[in-house]
Design a protein around this ligand. Structure first.
Ligand code: ZN
Length: 572
């Protein structure tokens, strides 16, 4: 197989990209007890977590004695730092509250009182509007909730400790809600009150957990977020884990957080963070302190500290400008995503639409310009390749789902092997699809067709889908639009499909590779067929790299098989 090296090299790039993502997204290096006092430390947070949960770690649900004891320990800790906490107690009242989650509240003890806890740190400039930081202090009924949301509670305490040494400019409110696990009851009870318990905050940072390990992604923002994202998004703590696609994925899951209230009821702009790895321990007896990873604690603390500092450093003028801009630019949202947690790229949905349309039109011109015949035959080849990719991916996905169904985890929503199982499915589906495309493509292309024309057609197909998604699902469209744009630019500028295909493929690998880890963590073990299809389509795009190399092979031109493109190649 002469096209061996491009196949191998493209597989290497993609796998390397996914591996770097997996390695980066495991979270930051945890700091010990001797960490500088102005930095969050995982070791200090762990000590607080163990003390708060009691020995042995206690389940502390709403309306129970152990719930009250946990709250008292929390108040004591806050008191030790020199801050006053005050309770906002609201009796649970289905009539007075707009949300009545079914199947949950029936387990609430009769006459339960929702005990939200508010701690206020006065700012140096009391005239500036405050910042709100929130999480929930109650655990679920099945376990002590060391991760959910103990890891967030101790991050808030660690931050209070830092601010006790160096007060912020803006007054900062810490809200520990109650009854979150019964359906966001404490937060909704606050929203049902006549007024907010404090002056309207400029921004809210909400923290929660649906797992016990890995880095802490910022996965949800308010809508019309362009102005805020531009100013704040690169203040995420490294590794900066985020994607505007995450909101779309999150809405397909049965999870909800108090952010629904802060943003939906109080209309506050904000960022929402949650741990998602290690989900098999979420809402179980195993959600204990020794299971929560140090990296998760460190990242939770870092995320809060870093973003709070960024917002706190904005003066009244800057916040005023942001508010005016947000009000004027109604319906302007940002598309954003990180590159291996190092930096976050962000641009407007409008720019994304323009990029998508321009690349699509440019590639269509490239395609129709030479007025060659054989469009239909080539189109049929392309459609068959799409069919091979989807069918193969789906098949591999079903087989791995079948294998998982033979294990004792078949009744669990999440399993300890979610991440390896998902990534193995992705890898196998990719490899099998690639082999089949190589066999089929080799046969068909050798007989009739020009591989670089198939490469162009493939990228026209993906930019066309990119245009569609830029309008329908803008948060995730960047995965197609950015690589398509790279392909179109290089293709038009150099006229070399080989170079264009490599650049487009590398852009795709950089965006998609790391995201695969988050995808399998977020969706769990039972979406293997979906992972297979995703992988099949990645293999289809990767095919453009090695099928274009076949040009030389078919012509008997060995230069095209060299690691660098044939310099004489000019085929626009
Ligand atoms: Zn929670």
């Amino acid at each position: 197989m002469k096209s061996g090296w491009p196949v191998a090299f493209s597989i290497l790039i993609l796998f390397l990209s996914a591996a770097i993502g997996m390695w980066r997204y495991r979270g930051p290096e945890p700091l010990g007890m001797s960490a500088p006092a102005d930095r969050p430390s995982a070791a200090r947070m762990r000590k607080t977590l163990i003390a708060l949960l009691g020995n042995p770690p206690q389940v502390h649900t709403t309306g129970t004695e152990s719930g009250e004891q946990f709250l008292q320990r929390l108040e004591d800790h806050i008191g030790d730092l020199g801050f006053q906490s005050h309770r906002i107690e609201i009796p649970w009242d289905p009539e007075g509250q707009m949300r009545h989650p079914k199947g949950q509240v029936q387990f609430l003890p009769p006459d339960a009182v929702l005990k939200n806890l508010l701690v206020t740190v006065d700012g140096k400039s009391p005239d500036l509007a405050p910042i709100l930081v929130a999480t929930h202090h109650d655990s679920c009924r099945w376990g002590p909730g060391a991760g959910d949301a103990g890891s967030a509670v101790v991050a808030l305490i660690e931050h209070l400790r830092i601010l006790s040494r160096d007060p912020p400019n803006r007054t900062t409110h810490y809200l520990f809600t109650d009854g979150e696990e019964y359906g966001l009851l404490g937060a909704y009870a606050l929203a049902a009150q006549e007024t907010m318990p404090f002056r309207a905050p400029v921004f809210v940072l909400n923290f929660d957990a649906r797992g016990t390990s890995g880095g802490v992604p910022m996965f949800e923002t308010h809508s019309n977020n362009q102005a805020w994202v531009d100013v704040l998004i690169n203040h995420l703590a490294p590794p900066k884990i985020t994607s505007s696609l995450a909101v779309t994925v999150y809405r397909t899951l049965p999870n909800a957080t108090d952010f629904n209230v802060w943003n939906g009821q109080w209309a506050l702009p904000g960022f929402n963070y949650a741990t998602i790895s290690g989900a098999h321990r979420y809402h179980t007896v195993d959600d204990r302190p020794e299971i929560v990873s140090d990296r998760t604690l460190q990242h939770m603390g870092d995320q809060l500290e870093s973003m709070h500092r960024a917002i706190d450093s904005l003066d009244a003028q800057a916040i005023g400008d942001l508010t005016v801009q947000s009000a004027n630019d109604a319906e302007r949202n940002a598309v954003f995503f990180d590159l291996y947690g190092i930096t976050v790229i962000h641009f407007s949905e409008l720019l994304q639409k323009i990029m998508a349309l321009v690349s699509f039109v440019a590639l269509c011109i490239v395609w129709f310009w030479p007025r060659k015949s054989g469009h239909i035959r080539l189109f049929i080849t392309y459609v068959i390749c799409i069919g091979i990719s989807i069918a193969t991916g789906f098949g591999v996905g079903w087989i791995s789902k079948g294998i998982l169904l033979t294990t004792p985890w078949r009744t669990s929503r999440y399993t300890p092997v979610d991440q390896p199982a998902g990534l193995i499915t992705l890898a196998v589906a990719f490899l099998v699809t690639t082999v089949l495309l190589e066999k089929f493509g080799g046969l068909r292309l050798r007989r009739h067709e020009s591989p670089h024309r198939l490469t162009d057609l493939n990228w026209i197909g993906s930019t066309a889908l990119g245009v569609l998604l830029a309008f329908l699902l803008p948060g995730g469209a960047y995965l197609l639009v950015v690589p398509g744009c790279v392909y179109a630019m290089v293709r038009v500028a150099t006229r070399r499909p080989t170079w264009a295909a490599w650049c487009g493929m590398i852009a795709m690998a950089a965006l998609v590779g790391p995201l695969l880890t988050l995808l399998v963590q977020a969706l769990g073990p039972w979406q293997q067929p979906l992972y297979g299809i995703v992988s099949g389509l990645i293999a289809l795009t990767t095919m453009t790299v090695w099928c274009v190399e076949k040009e030389g092979e078919i012509r008997g031109d060995d230069r095209a098989n060299a690691p660098f493109p044939n310099p004489n190649e000019s085929v626009l």
